[in-house]
Design a binder for this molecule. Structure first.
Ligand SMILES: NC(=O)c1ccc[n+]([C@@H]2O[C@H](COP(=O)([O-])OP(=O)(O)OC[C@H]3O[C@@H](n4cnc5c(N)ncnc54)[C@H](OP(=O)(O)O)[C@@H]3O)[C@@H](O)[C@H]2O)c1
Length: 245
């Protein structure tokens, strides 16, 4: 491997935005560690991207899985320059708060906030030691404004907003940059997963997108991430709000 090749870890690379981001990063010259629980999907991506890509089994909700991450990585992938905290969900969401399931509500917080905290804590230590790195957190416009039937998802993305703002200030002058990406609606498996409590979840998801009338595609967000990463060292893209035209 070229010594100058940057290494990016993308969580939730098995689907949607994470998958498109892993692909575009690989095409842009990064070596990419694509992480997730669905190893079969990661291996399919690996077959398409070749040795630019390493599939990593990872459950961001499980500290044992996160803390042993380096044990499952070849040595040449240990120096992670870029962390894209993308894994997240709204499973059980789009319901009035009292109508939802408490385990599902708590799991949204576990994955979307605690998962980001676990992975960032592990990876940022190397960045601090090297005095260089870039953390990209996947926020949402739901992190700027609440909406009906979105209490937990919106709460989780508000937390990502605050986390990103504060993390950026922690590392001012250290060589570590922090970017928050805040997408509007993107067409992925996200909506079908959200409605997984219903047997017609795929239909519900399609209705949801059609009623919105317009949406982004994962590649739109992947481009925004690569744009933020490709800025010169003196430039930090602090936040990028990306919505359908
Ligand atoms: N779609 C939208 O409209 C939209 C808008 C704004 C922000 N976002 C954010 O964008 C991110 C990606 O969403 P998406 O739309 O691409 O949804 P998606 O297609 O459902 O992908 C979600 C990804 O998160 C991963 N994930 C979930 N739980 C995980 C866990 N415990 N450990 C590791 N990975 C886990 C999944 O991987 P495995 O199942 O393999 O673990 C999957 O790759 C999320 O943070 C979401 O909140 C989405």
């Amino acid at each position: 491997m070229n010594q100058n090749t940057q290494i990016a870890l993308v969580t939730g690379a098995s689907s949607g935005i994470g998958s498109a981001t892993a692909k575009l990063l690989a095409e842009s010259g990064f070596r990419v560690i694509g992480a997730g629980r669905n190893v079969e999907a990661l291996e399919t991506l690996c077959a398409a991207l070749g040795d630019q890509f390493f599939p990593l089994a990872l459950d961001v909700n499980d500290w044992d899985s996160v803390s042993t991450l380096f044990d499952r990585l070849p040595m040449e992938y240990h120096q992670i320059d870029v962390l894209v905290n993308n894994a997240g969900h709204d499973i059980g969401g789009r319901r009035r708060f009292d109508e939802g399931d408490v385990e599902q509500w708590v799991n949204i917080i576990e994955t979307n906030i605690s998962g980001v905290v676990r992975v960032t804590k592990l990876i940022v230590e190397g960045m601090v030691a090297r005095g260089a790195g870039h953390v990209v957190n996947m926020g949402s416009v739901a992190g700027l404004h609440g909406y009906a039937s979105g209490a937990m998802y919106s709460a989780s993305k508000h937390a990502i907003h605050g986390f990103s703002e504060s993390l950026r200030l922690d590392y001012v002058g250290s060589g570590i940059r922090v970017t928050e990406i805040l997408p509007g609606l993107v067409k992925t498996q996200f909506a079908a997963n959200r409605f997984s409590y219903a047997s017609d979840n795929e239909e519900k998801a399609e209705e949801f997108y059609q009623s919105a009338g317009k949406w982004l595609i994962p590649e739109d967000i992947a481009r925004s991430i690569v744009f933020a990463l490709q800025q010169p060292e003196n430039v930090t893209i602090s936040q990028l709000v990306v919505v359908p035209s």
